[in-house]
Design a protein. Structure first.
Length: 253
């Protein structure tokens, strides 16, 4: 898992180019849940700053942390110089400052489960908010999903990240909500989905896949063949189900 977590630096520019950003609806959802002004925020695993820029635009003072130097360098190209950036893994962050909001965009599953919520509890001020969200990269058309699955099958069984705590996909509450509900540090756990569809060229869809850890870790020749087969199976333009899965929780007083 650590290898997969640190696999993104090699594709930092592609990550910035092809991964979709986050809409203002997400910021609105977090602010409404907070129920008051959010002055400071800490971002865990900021990547190239896709979520960072949304919260910065909301007038929040964001400290963006990211363990991968190449990803952080890409982030700095696209964000104002006054955004605080720290190259560090979640597990290495000092616990001497707490924030109104701590959030993680498609990165929480890379953190070490041991002591995760105690550490998170130290970083979120009492009454403050924790938010985790992500966008599964999925073709909207089931027939195209099947075609893409068949194209990758000789090289890759599954290109997703399994639920970190093994929660089945049909359960009403998904991870990390399942762990948050059990945590002594957090309460008022909420799970939401922001519906969104995105249309792009098949080539740009392949560009997105090139930033997914399962593909990054394939041998270069195998990866090229998977992408060739997938592209062959798709029309020129595809629609993605780009819904945003959001979990929110409040730090106990």
């Amino acid at each position: 898992m650590v290898m997969r977590a640190l696999s993104f630096g090699s594709v930092a520019e592609a990550y910035e180019r092809y991964r979709t950003g986050y809409p203002v609806e997400l910021l609105d959802l977090v602010v409404a849940y907070a129920g008051g002004p959010i002055g400071t925020a800490l971002e865990i695993g900021a990547g190239t700053g896709k979520a960072t820029r949304l919260f910065v635009q909301g007038g929040i003072a964001v400290t963006a942390t990211e363990p991968d130097a190449a990803m952080l360098a890409e982030l700095r190209k696209h964000l104002p110089a006054d955004v605080t950036t720290v190259q560090a893994a979640f597990e290495d962050l000092p616990l001497d400052t707490s924030y109104d909001l701590v959030y993680s965009a498609a990165a929480l599953h890379w953190t070490n489960p041991e002591g995760r919520w105690e550490r998170m509890g130290a970083l979120v001020r009492p009454g403050g908010v924790f938010a985790s969200f992500g966008v599964p990269i999925q073709l909207a058309d089931p027939a195209l999903q099947a075609a893409a699955r068949a194209a990758r099958a000789p090289y890759l069984d599954d290109d997703g990240v399994p639920s970190p705590d093994g929660t089945p996909a049909d359960r009403p509450m998904q991870w990390p909500g399942t762990e948050l509900e059990q945590s002594e540090w957090f309460t008022d756990v909420q799970q939401s989905v922001i519906d969104r569809r995105v249309t792009m060229s098949a080539h740009d869809y392949i560009g997105q896949l090139s930033t997914v850890s399962a593909y990054v870790l394939l041998q270069p020749a195998d990866r090229a063949e998977v992408f060739r087969r997938t592209l062959e199976a798709l029309p020129e333009t595809v629609e993605l189900n780009a819904e945003i899965h959001v979990h929110l929780a409040r730090r106990r007083h």
